[in-house]
Write a new protein. Sequence first.
Length: 153
Amino acid sequence: MERIKSFEINHNILEPGFYISRVDGDIVTYDLRTRKPNQGDYMSNIAMHSVEHMFATYARNSRMAEDVVYFGPMGCQTGFYFLVRARKPEEVFELTKEILQQILEYEGEVFGASAIECGNYRNLSLDEAKAECRKYLEVLRAQKNMEFTYPKE
């Protein structure tokens, strides 16, 4: 059986950052890696869920709304996947930083925090989302690799 693309990345050398994971036609999957894998520092479910609600809402209401395909957490709890159609990586990188900043500045209820809107609405925390976004925004502001490629072994 053919291995999927994400299993071909050496997770032992992967650092937090913004990467191009794969390209499928005009859809690019971005790896928004918030944690160094396999180090025991994983996102909590409440943090992942809360960032997902906030980030996805802002992305789907952004200037790139028509090109946003998907945003969601990685099962390994070390980041998110952001799928965007027909945009330059630099544009998506800048949008990602803008959305993280919007989340940090937001005051109110987590978007979609009701039983009607979410299947686990009690598992949301704006404070957890902000803590996660603050940490990741610092990583992106310091990122030097603007080719957005995974590290070489």
